[in-house]
Ligand binder design. Structure first.
Ligand SMILES: C[S@@+](CC[C@H](N)C(=O)[O-])C[C@H]1O[C@@H](n2cnc3c(N)ncnc32)[C@H](O)[C@@H]1O
Length: 250
C-alpha cells in the first residue's frame, strides 16, 4: 500500500475521500466550458508544448490502444489524435460536464477519424479488464484524486505488462528563485485568471492550493514505483513548474 491514506487534495492532509471528490466534481462542472481558454491563457500558451511532450514520451504507435484518464475536455486525447493516430482511445473522466465538451469536439472532427469513446469513470475504480491498454495518459488529473496510490494501482492493472504510463502534472521548481516566483503566481495569478474567464475565483484558489500540496517530483516517482511500475523517470518542463513522469507496468 505504500503507507498512504485518503487525503484532502487541497491540503495533502488526511481526510475522507468524499471531501475531495464532491469538490472536484463541483469545480469542474462549473468551469468546464471555459476550462481550455483558462489553461491556455494562464500557462502563457505553454500548455500546447507540454501536451506535445507528453505525447512524445508516451510510446504511442498506430496500433496502440490508449486510455486517457481524467481526460476532461479531451486536450490530451485530441493532441494524440493529431500527432500519433493510434488504433483507439478511451477518453475517461469523473465529471460528465467535462466529457460533454469533449463529445462536442469529437462531433466537430477533432479526433481526425481516430476511434474515440468517452466514459464517466473514477480513476480509483476503473471498469476495465486487466491488461487492456498499451498506453495510459493522464494530464493534471492525479493531483485531484484523494487516493492516488489506488488510482496508480488501477492504471498498472489495466495496462498490459510493459505498457507505458505518462503523467503530466504541476510540480515544484527545484531552483529557489523560480519556486518563489511560481508560488506567488499560484497565489495571485491563477485565481485572477480564473475569475477573469469564469467569475469563480474560489475554484481557482482550490487549483492553486492543490498544486502546492502535490508531492515533489522525486516523492511522486517513489509513489509510482510502489504501485506496480518500473523504470520510473521524470522530466521537468518550464523550470519544473510541470513535470512528466513515465514508467512501464510490471
Ligand atoms: C485539470 S482537469 C484535466 C483535464 C485534461 N486531462 C486536460 O489535460 O485538460 C482535471 C480532471 O480530472 C478529473 N478528475 C478528478 N478526479 C477524478 C477521478 N477520481 N477520476 C477521474 N477523473 C477525475 C476532473 O473531473 C477533471 O476533468
Amino acid at each position: 500500500m505504500g503507507g498512504y491514506s485518503t487525503i484532502d487534495t487541497a491540503t495533502g492532509r488526511e481526510a475522507p475521500a468524499h471531501v475531495s471528490e464532491e469538490r472536484v466534481k463541483a469545480v469542474f462542472t462549473e468551469i468546464a466550458e471555459q476550462y481550455e481558454q483558462f489553461n491556455h491563457a494562464s500557462s502563457f500558451g505553454q500548455d500546447r508544448r507540454w501536451l506535445e511532450r507528453l505525447v512524445g514520451l508516451a510510446n504511442i504507435t498506430g496500433t496502440s490502444r490508449v486510455l486517457d484518464v481524467a481526460g476532461g475536455t479531451g486536450e490530451v486525447t485530441f493532441a494524440i489524435c493529431r500527432l500519433r493516430h493510434p488504433a483507439h482511445i478511451m477518453l475517461t473522466d469523473y465529471t460528465p460536464a467535462m466529457l460533454e465538451v469533449a463529445e462536442r469536439r469529437i462531433q466537430a472532427g477533432e479526433n481526425r477519424s481516430v476511434p474515440v469513446d468517452t466514459m464517466v469513470v473514477d480513476a480509483q475504480d476503473m471498469p476495465f479488464d486487466d491488461d487492456s491498454f498499451d498506453v495510459v495518459t493522464m494530464a493534471y488529473g492525479i493531483r485531484n484524486i484523494p487516493d492516488r496510490p489506488r488510482a496508480l494501482r488501477e492504471i498498472a492493472r489495466v495496462l498490459k505488462p510493459g505498457g507505458t504510463v505518462a503523467i503530466l502534472e504541476f510540480s515544484t521548481p527545484p531552483l529557489l528563485p523560480c519556486r518563489l516566483f511560481y508560488r506567488a503566481y499560484l497565489k495571485w495569478g491563477i485565481p485572477a485568471w480564473g475569475e477573469h474567464f469564469t467569475g469563480k475565483r474560489d475554484d481557482f484558489v482550490y487549483l492553486s492550493q492543490s498544486i502546492q500540496a502535490f508531492p515533489r517530483q522525486q516523492e511522486f516517482a517513489q509513489m509510482m514505483a510502489s504501485c506496480g511500475f518500473q523504470d520510473v523517470k521524470y522530466e521537468n518542463l518550464s523550470f519544473g513548474a510541470v513535470a512528466i513522469h513515465t514508467a512501464t507496468a510490471c
